[in-house]
Design a binder for this molecule. Structure first.
Ligand code: HEC
Ligand code: HEC
Length: 189
């Protein structure tokens, strides 16, 4: 008898994140900002489609613990259980990946960026498709201004990654190079 009551109580808590809603009930709020079809239409809000589930889980944890500080996301992640984080990550990873918004028009920039990708081994960790793997995010066709913000954030230390990997990567990279990299990565086929 006691066992049943306990199981029911725990079951309820597990199914009800912060605002007393299930993950499925909260999802439309998330996708109103991030784009229903996996592709964000909002400036500064990243596309989430096809994102690596493990990366998403880790970032939601960083938001919840305020180790990655971004007001809307710190509020969104408040009170979510570890299981909720994994459920969101699972759903997000199965949305279709974003498409390039525009064709590249500046061949010189693309060429400079491709050389930087090789030199800085972006393609080793993020893969040559930029689809990412495990804790390394998909960056292919991410919004250009978000890519710029992310790289600048690692560089000026306002964005703390799960570890110092990206801070080391961007240390020797100039702002002009960040702009070229983002231009290219936002437009890969
Ligand atoms: C009010 C708009 C808004 C809502 C609602 C919102 N987000 Fe976000 N989210 C953002 C912004 C803005 C960022 C980018 C923060 C930055 O610049 O680092 C972000 C970042 C993220 C990231 C990190 C992406 C990456 O590539 O690192 C994840 C994962 C995420 N949100 C998931 C969610 C989930 C899950 C929900 C719902 C529970 C949600 N978001 C609701 C605005 C929103
Ligand atoms: C040694 C492996 C490694 C290399 C090399 C590397 N990255 Fe990363 N990158 C990561 C990891 C791990 C993360 C997640 C860090 C975190 O927790 O914030 C990341 C995150 C990012 C993000 C944030 C994406 C998002 O959705 O917020 C961008 C953008 C990025 N990398 C671009 C690059 C570019 C451009 C290069 C080459 C100049 C590069 N990376 C090289 C491992 C790497």
């Amino acid at each position: 008898m006691h066992g049943t009551v306990l199981a029911l109580t725990l079951g309820c808590f597990a199914a009800l994140p912060a605002a007393g809603q299930t993950v499925q009930e909260r999802l439309p709020t998330c996708l109103a900002c991030h784009g229903e079809n996996g592709q964000s239409q909002n400036a500064d809000v990243p596309s989430l489609g096809g994102q690596q589930a493990f990366y998403v889980t880790v970032q939601l944890l960083l938001f919840r613990e305020r180790m990655r500080v971004v007001d809307p996301m710190n509020d969104m992640a408040k009170g979510l259980s570890d299981d909720d984080l994994r459920s969101f990550a699972d759903i997000i990873s199965r949305l279709p990946p974003p498409q390039p918004t525009q064709a590249p028009t500046d061949a010189a920039r693309i060429e400079r960026a491709m050389a930087l990708v090789q030199q800085n081994r972006c393609n080793v960790c993020h893969l040559s498709s930029f689809a990412g793997q495990e804790n390394v995010p998909r960056i292919a066709d991410q919004r250009e201004e978000y890519l710029v913000n992310a790289l600048r954030g690692y560089k000026d230390n306002s964005r703390h990654g799960y570890d110092g990997t990206m801070a080391d990567v961007v240390a020797p990279i100039t702002d002009a190079q960040i702009l070229d990299l983002a231009y290219y990565i936002a437009r890969v086929k």
